[in-house]
Design a protein around this ligand. Structure first.
Ligand code: MG
Ligand code: ZN
Length: 225
């Protein structure tokens, strides 16, 4: 085996730690304000996170189709520059608010606070927030949600879970999507689920396939909807 070398980033080398901490503290306070707003209107809020292409929009679309008789649903969709997802979601039957984050790689609590001003909260009792496609920093920014759903796809390969421990630790429910492609991808779904439970023994893991309609009812139960 050739030798490998690891370079460790020193504290303060990449950013000013104190400024970063202030930012996170302010975000957390705003998230608490958002949660109070949601609670006072009896709205349940789910923050959906995952990489680009993991199937966040498709999963939310499927949930809307199955739940639109039972709930008055709104979606807040974050995207770097397009409104493709927000159009798909309103086509599925939900009120949809688009947040263009520009260069931003995550949603923060202030963006959500602004977005909910555009919603009729008395006419809403379930909100899905589709976060920006990224498995890193959305984990650091609570938005006021009641539950975090993380979606990974078998097409992301066998190490997707162990490479994103912070996101997995934050997750309440972790759905492994596109299991119909697992064999072709050479990915062991059981192993992915065990990896997740090793990182976070409290996470509810479940295999799903949106295209085959598999695991969706189990997901609805896991989300307590
Ligand atoms: Mg999407
Ligand atoms: Zn970010």
């Amino acid at each position: 085996m050739p030798p490998t070398e690891t370079i460790f980033v020193e504290e303060g080398e990449i950013l000013d730690i104190e400024v970063e901490q202030d930012l996170l503290d302010v975000n957390k306070k705003l998230a608490d304000v958002n949660r109070k707003t949601f609670d006072s209107h009896g709205i349940k809020v789910i923050n959906v996170m995952g990489s680009i292409g993991s199937g966040k929009t498709s999963v939310i679309q499927e949930l809307i189709k199955r739940l639109r008789e039972k709930y008055k649903i709104a979606v807040i969709a974050g995207d770097v520059s397009t409104d493709i997802d927000s159009k798909r979601l309103s086509d599925a039957g939900a009120t949809s608010i688009q947040i263009n984050t520009g260069r931003g790689c995550h949603l923060d609590a202030l963006m959500i606070k602004r977005a909910i001003k555009k919603l009729n909260l008395d006419e809403t009792n379930l909100i899905f927030i589709e976060n920006v496609g990224n498995l890193i920093c959305p984990a650091d920014f609570p938005l006021g949600e009641h539950l975090k759903l993380v979606i990974v796809s078998v097409t992301e390969g066998p190490y997707m879970i162990i490479k994103h421990p912070i996101m997995v630790k934050e997750a309440d429910v972790l759905a492994i999507n596109k299991i119909d492609l697992a064999e072709a991808m050479g990915v062991n779904v059981g192993k992915l689920m065990r990896d997740a439970l090793t990182i976070n023994p409290h996470v509810r893991t479940l295999p799903i396939s949106v295209v085959q309609g598999k695991g969706i009812e189990e997901l609805i139960k896991a989300l307590k909807l």
